[in-house]
Ligand binder design. Structure first.
Ligand SMILES: C[S@@+](CC[C@H](N)C(=O)[O-])C[C@H]1O[C@@H](n2cnc3c(N)ncnc32)[C@H](O)[C@@H]1O
Length: 392
């Protein structure tokens, strides 16, 4: 079918009127909002009325906005062209691509598509998970039963694993590692290996990479348990090693993961990743003990921080804030984001660091680190001490 100069909206309206609308994707974002990648639009029924549900897909999270069809059409008129260079409309029988030039003029490319069914419109449709719950290793690890049903006691853990994989996959896609055929990942303090197995599955089975994934764990019984599962399932490129992160010979490593490693073990893991030349570091710190006793409280904050819980949270924020800055100084782009905790505690933070292709100026970051330390009277941060020790 030939291209015509046009807009996507009349095609969308026709598809809605005929009940043929499946979904719409706005892509090639050129607006100013940081981290926004695309918007997926589908039809949902709210209070008996059809609405357009816009899912704003950011690099690390999704934001959903439901609008009436009329409001949604107006919003699409504002977005298509000025903010998104491309729109893809999928109907039951056609696919329509519209590309917008700099002046906002659209060019429509309709084509016959495979026959699709419109998805159900009930609002709270189950979320699509990164992992299929029928995977046998999930049953072996005690997350699902033999029929692939997630055990009620493991539903938080299941959500956490999937959320972690979503973050990991998005970061991996954007990193230099995406073009590699081989990748080496080390997971420090791997515990029962839930996330280690999940990462291995994503890299090997989903992305088809020659991934080598190693979990390092202190507790012998967990190491033996995981290695038995690896053997039974015939998983290649996955192993659990008994060892202490402090002395583990890391070798060249592309991705270093340390989730829920206690106190300065997180610093040690991040530092090991730096030394091993890792492109990506993922850490979910817990038990922030090192910085708190050093903190001198600025007078104006004393009435707030005299409450133990406030002080604890402040110390945690300062500790992780400094970690993020130290990694930036070392040439990484760092994001600090929410991470679902399996234990319903406030251990719900993830530091995601990806090495920048070109290092940026370190002077400004150093000034920020020094100012923060000065403000709180901090004399020693464990990660900084480790980094400094490698320079001397
Ligand atoms: C809270 S669990 C986290 C498990 C896993 N990373 C997760 O998030 O599901 C922490 C694990 O780290 C292990 N661990 C603690 N200190 C360690 C060390 N120095 N070296 C290796 N493993 C360690 C513990 O035995 C425990 O299994």
């Amino acid at each position: 079918m030939p291209a015509t100069e046009d807009s996507l909206l009349p095609h969308l309206q026709a598809a809605l009127d005929e009940g043929a609308f499946v979904n719409l994707v706005l892509s090639k974002y050129r607006g100013k909002e940081s981290g926004l990648v695309r918007i997926d639009v589908r039809l949902v029924e709210l209070r008996g009325e059809g609405h357009l549900s816009f899912v704003y897909k950011y690099e690390t999270r999704d934001v959903t906005k439901n609008l009436s069809v009329a409001e949604g059409m107006n919003r699409l008129g504002e977005l298509l062209g000025p903010e998104f260079k491309a729109g893809y409309l999928f109907t039951k029988a056609t696919e329509i691509e519209v590309l917008y030039n700099r002046k906002g003029k659209g060019r429509v490319f309709p084509r016959q598509g495979p026959r699709r069914e419109a998805p159900p419109t009930e609002h709270n449709r189950a979320r699509v998970r990164m992992l299929d719950s029928g995977l046998p290793f999930l049953w072996e690890l005690g997350i699902t039963d033999k029929t692939g049903k997630v055990l009620p006691t493991m539903s938080d853990k299941w959500r956490q694993i999937n959320h972690f994989l979503e973050i990991f996959a998005a970061a991996f896609e954007r990193s230099d590692l995406a073009g590699r055929a081989q990748v080496r990942v080390v997971d420090f303090g791997a515990g029962k290996g839930y996330l280690t197995f999940a990462i291995h599955h994503y890299l090997r089975a989903v992305r088809g990479l020659e991934a080598e994934v190693t979990g390092v764990e202190l507790r012998q019984e967990l190491v033996q348990f995981c290695n038995r599962v690896v053997k039974r399932q015939g998983l290649i490129g996955l192993q659990m090693s008994e060892g202490d992160v402090e002395h583990f010979p890391l070798g060249e490593t592309d991705v270093l993961i340390a989730l829920h490693a206690c106190d300065t073990a997180t610093d040690l893991a991040l530092y090991s990743g730096l030394q091993a030349g890792a492109q990506m570091l993922l850490a979910s710190p817990c038990c922030h003990k090192q910085i708190r006793p050093q903190m001198r409280l600025p007078e104006v904050l004393q009435p707030v921080l005299r409450h133990g819980i406030h002080l604890e949270r402040e110390a945690e924020m300062v500790t992780d804030g400094l970690r993020a800055l130290l990694l930036e100084e070392a040439g990484f782009r760092v994001q600090v984001m929410e991470f679902i905790s399996a234990e319903h505690t406030d251990k719900n933070k993830l530091l995601l660091a990806t090495r920048r292709p070109k290092p940026t100026s370190r002077k400004a970051v150093r000034a920020q680190i020094d100012a923060l330390k000065e403000f709180y009277g901090i004399t020693e941060h464990h990660l900084e001490k480790l980094i400094d020790s490698s320079k001397s």
